[in-house]
Design a protein. Structure first.
Length: 395
RNA sequence: GUCCCCAUCGUCUAGCCUGGCCUAGGACGCCGGCCUUUCAAGCCGGCAACACGGGUUCGAAUCCCGUUGGGGACACCA
């Protein structure tokens, strides 16, 4: 078998979403499992929505959960020549044509079709115009096959058959010269030698649109895998109104990255009855055939439980490292400086079984700081009751 | 509207491919008990599901068809 090459290709239009993290995680696990390569690619061809700040957020999030990439981050906007060259190649071989329809006209026609209960597809009116030198602004469309069918043998869903007559002649180059997603993704996945394209479920119907482009360009077709979506408690796609969806928001709330990873991987993947996995175990045990086909509801309670498990079982030194910045932020910088890490570690052991998040832990730990610095475990245990009572009262 | 995907406890899931071991297992949450001077943790126990309808079969959660329900896609967004 050839070397596994997978990628995570987010668009930088906001913070890093936990759904994105899960997609990245599955790709990362597969790469690590097979000693393959994990590529990070930033899909920033939408000029109006992409921001550098979002790119930073993506990198920050990936770093926090420990998903390291072997190549990249590549930015599609650095690769514009590649897309234009390949688009023109398609044009020159007659597989693409110039479309001079105005965006507003297309929009109007789409609405009209929808109103009539028809498919809101492009009607192909520029398809056979044979425009070679478009006057002013024009977009380049791919001449999609109209007959036959495209079969996607999905790693997760199995064989899925699409009739080519539902295919649209989609725009591959916008009139501003930027490539569209369905085109740049094909060029990049091919040129980057991606062997397995694993992405969200919402891309499944994009696949039969992309496969003919691979074919037309003479590229080998990668394997595809489509991961089920994450839903909110009302079974609607997970969004802000269900609570925090940014991965970094969970850091802020006092979650451990290993707990996030463990929870997210179990959301849609299983290994018998096992709930808790070390990173090494995940790499060793991960495979597509235990990935669920159906969408999963995000359950904050279970995540909280899992975080508590990690807090209870992680080496106290590890917890201390994560805790210190939070203590500093809580205004306890002086106090933290006056005690040893060892002292803090003992304190962590003392309170950890009653805390579910690091933020909880800050609350529990705070009253101890007024005490004698020569911390004695046994003495503290005897005095635990006294320490807890006032904290309880405040809660 | 058209196309595609999905369907086991409230939720995450095991089992389904290779029908009988399933009076359907585990986990979260919930309820009760034990432990504890109180809380938490821990331990023990309980509630709770094969969406529905037809087939196939000696036998179906497991295979087939249909229905219903949920989700996704149909942009000069990704």
């Amino acid at each position: 078998m050839t070397q596994v090459r997978v990628r995570f290709a987010p668009s930088p239009t906001g913070f890093l979403h936990i759904g994105g993290v899960r997609t990245a995680l599955f790709n990362w696990l597969y790469a690590r499992r097979h000693h393959g390569t994990f590529v990070l690619r930033i899909e920033d061809t939408d000029q109006s929505r992409s921001t550098d700040q979002s790119i930073q957020a993506i990198l920050e999030g990936m770093n926090w959960v420990g998903l390291d990439w072997d190549e990249g981050p590549f930015r599609q906007t650095d690769r514009m020549d590649l897309y234009r060259d390949h688009a023109m190649k398609l044009f020159n071989m007659g597989r693409a044509y110039w479309c001079v329809c105005k965006p507003e006209e297309l929009e109007a026609r789409r609405k009209e079709a929808e109103a009539k209960g028809l498919s809101p597809r492009y009607d192909g009116r520029c398809r056979n115009l044979g425009i070679t030198n478009p006057p002013g602004e024009a977009a380049l469309r791919f001449r999609a096959p109209q007959e036959g069918h495209t079969v996607v043998d999905d790693l997760i869903k199995g064989k899925v058959v699409f009739d080519n007559n539902v295919l649209d002649d989609l725009i591959i180059l916008r009139s501003n010269g930027y490539p569209t997603y369905n085109f740049s993704v094909v060029v990049d996945d091919a040129l980057m030698g991606i062997t397995h394209v694993v992405r969200g479920d919402d891309h499944l119907t994009n696949t039969p649109r992309q496969v003919p482009i691979f074919e037309a360009l003479g590229f080998p077709i990668p394997r595809f895998g489509h991961l089920p979506m994450i839903l909110g408690s009302d079974k609607a796609r997970l969004s802000k109104r269900h609570g925090a969806t940014s991965i970094m928001a969970y850091k802020e709330m006092g979650y451990l990255p290993e707990a996030m990873v463990n929870y997210l991987v179990r959301l849609g993947w299983s290994y018998g009855d096992q709930e808790l996995f070390t990173r090494e175990e995940l790499i060793e045990k991960f495979s597509w055939d235990h990935v669920q086909k159906s969408a999963a509801v995000f359950n904050p309670d279970k995540l909280l439980w899992m975080n508590a498990e990690y807090i209870k079982t992680s080496p106290p030194q590890r917890i201390v490292r994560e805790l210190i910045p939070l203590l500093v932020r809580a205004g306890l910088e002086e106090d933290v400086r006056s005690v040893s890490e060892e002292w803090l570690a003992q304190l962590v052991v003392l309170v950890r079984e009653r805390t579910k998040t690091l933020t909880d832990m800050v609350t529990w730990v705070t009253p101890y700081f007024g005490w004698d610095v020569s911390f004695d475990k046994d003495a503290a245990k005897k005095n635990l009751t006294a320490a807890i009572a006032p904290v309880l009262a405040k809660l």
